[in-house]
Design a protein around this ligand. Structure first.
Ligand code: ADP
Ligand code: ASP
Ligand code: MG
Length: 433
């Protein structure tokens, strides 16, 4: 009995030792996490091209974990379908619907890799243990249990994970907010302690402004986490803002580049002294917000706290807040919310207006927020004046202003958003010439 036991134990130890050696060897390879956005996998030819790129890295000896978005505009198309049925779909069912897009692309990419002789396996978010909180359509990742991914890496496989999705403690499927595959990639790169996280997209990196709007925008070879986080939060679609919060917190090595070329893209790194010499690194506009104004709010302590506690309870993200000078005991209170959350905000506003005894509420979704971002602003003065001057020279009226250490934002009429971005880009000398 005893010998049997010890014999079994010895076998177990042997197996464990072997497993350890395998893990040691495989984990000794450099690990790269690559994320391919929707345009990079828009059709089967693009998927085949992505498979070839992955195969090259695998041949060079990398362990590769791939995160994929839904094909092309699939997510928009799925939302459009929901819109044809109802203008108030339940958030749970929305997640059931829009999480399907990524499941299609991971399977097709795995097949494309098999076809060229690369061992690969695809997974959904829940299958690899991406656990989120209970918020639907913009869930936060709480935990990733990396065992399943690591096990597959050790079998020599390329592991392909569906971006943008996870599962909550009630085993419900959740999604991570638009652009959420970036967050999946960054979170997996952190969990696996990857050597590099590459974000493949349809532009060659991060530019001084959206190259679709500003023709002479310049590609930045490097940008700080802080600046990229601000640019993303203020509307530069190239990285999801929440993914940048995680990347900054865990100093994930990020390289944003094109899946259509082999050019080097933009490296996101810690701030270095030289960056302060550049006053403004980028200009951006966010056309996806609306302004809510509660009129004639009684000017008493505690009213703002009441209003914004109610709004927060409904998971509505409030951005700029402005309160006008009090007149005869009343003020107007304005704030911005994402257009996608405006219906939800409207639903609760009449109740809030009644409960704080305000006169009424007006909405304006014809606004845009234009912003300039740069760590150099910390040490230079006169930046705001220059921004306001540039807008004034184009006869663009400023509705709201907010500033932080490294950014200035102005709310203007949406009609002038592109014109404002082009004017600011020029005023701060960001163009190619
Ligand atoms: P993906 O599908 O790969 O996730 P996205 O459409 O989410 O790609 O993001 C890439 C797009 O972001 C680009 O096509 C570009 O138009 C836009 N963009 C906005 N601002 C910037 C910027 N400052 N630099 C680069 N791209 C930007
Ligand atoms: N497919 C999702 C979206 O379009 C997630 C992503 O692409 O990152 O938002
Ligand atoms: Mg994106």
């Amino acid at each position: 009995m005893l010998s049997g036991y010890s014999n079994g134990n010895f076998k177990y130890f042997n197996r464990l030792f072997l497993a350890y050696v395998v893990i040691f060897i495989d984990m000794g390879k450099r690990l790269i996490v690559q994320k391919y956005g929707g345009s990079s996998v828009a059709n089967t030819d693009r998927i085949k091209s992505v498979a070839n790129r992955i195969a090259k890295y695998k041949k060079q000896g990398y362990n590769v974990v791939v995160i994929v978005s839904a094909l092309g505009d699939t997510t928009d198309e799925l939302l459009e379908l929901a819109g044809q049925i109802t203008d108030k779909p339940s958030d749970r069912e929305l997640d059931m619907l829009i999480s399907t897009g990524e499941q299609v692309s991971v399977a097709l990419l795995a097949m494309a890799l098999h076809k060229i002789g690369v061992d690969a396996i695809s997974f959904t978010g829940p299958q690899v243990g991406i656990i989120t909180d209970r918020t639907h359509t913009k869930a936060k990742i709480l935990k990733i249990s990396a065992d399943r991914i690591k096990g597959q890496i050790n079998k020599g496989r390329v592991v392909i994970v569906a971006g943008f999705q996870g599962m909550n403690a009630d085993q419900e499927i959740t999604t991570l907010g638009r652009g959420g595959s970036d967050l999946t990639a960054v979170a997996i790169a952190t969990t696996l302690n990857a050597d590099m996280c590459e974000i493949y997209t349809d532009v060659e990196g991060v530019y001084t402004a959206d190259p679709r709007i500003v023709k002479d925008a310049k590609k930045l070879s490097v940008i700080s986490y802080e600046e990229m986080l601000e640019l993303a939060s203020l509307g530069a679609q190239v990285m999801q803002a929440r993914s940048m919060e995680v990347a900054k917190k865990y100093s994930v090595s990020l390289h944003i580049r094109s899946s259509f070329t082999n050019e080097e893209g933009t490296i996101i790194s810690k701030e270095v002294k030289a960056m302060e010499d550049v006053l403004v690194s980028g200009v951006t506009a966010n056309k996806g917000e609306a302004k809510v104004t509660i009129c004639d709010v009684p000017d008493r302590p505690g009213i703002a706290a009441k209003i914004f506690t109610d709004i927060a309870r409904h998971d509505i993200n409030v951005d700029m807040i402005i309160q006008n000078i009090s007149r005869k005991g009343y003020t107007d209170l304005s704030f911005t919310v994402p257009v996608a959350e405006l219906n939800k905000a409207k639903d609760m506003m009449s109740k809030i207006v009644r409960s704080v005894k305000a006169k009424g509420v007006v909405y304006n979704n014809e606004i845009a927020k234009v912003s300039i971002v740069g760590v150099g602003m910390k040490t230079h003065s006169g930046v705001a004046a220059k921004m306001f001057g540039a807008l004034a020279s184009k006869k663009i009226n400023i509705d709201m202003i907010s500033t932080s250490e490294i950014k200035i934002s102005c709310v203007i009429n949406k009609r002038y958003a592109d014109k404002a971005v082009i004017a600011l880009h020029k005023a701060f000398g960001l163009g190619k010439k």
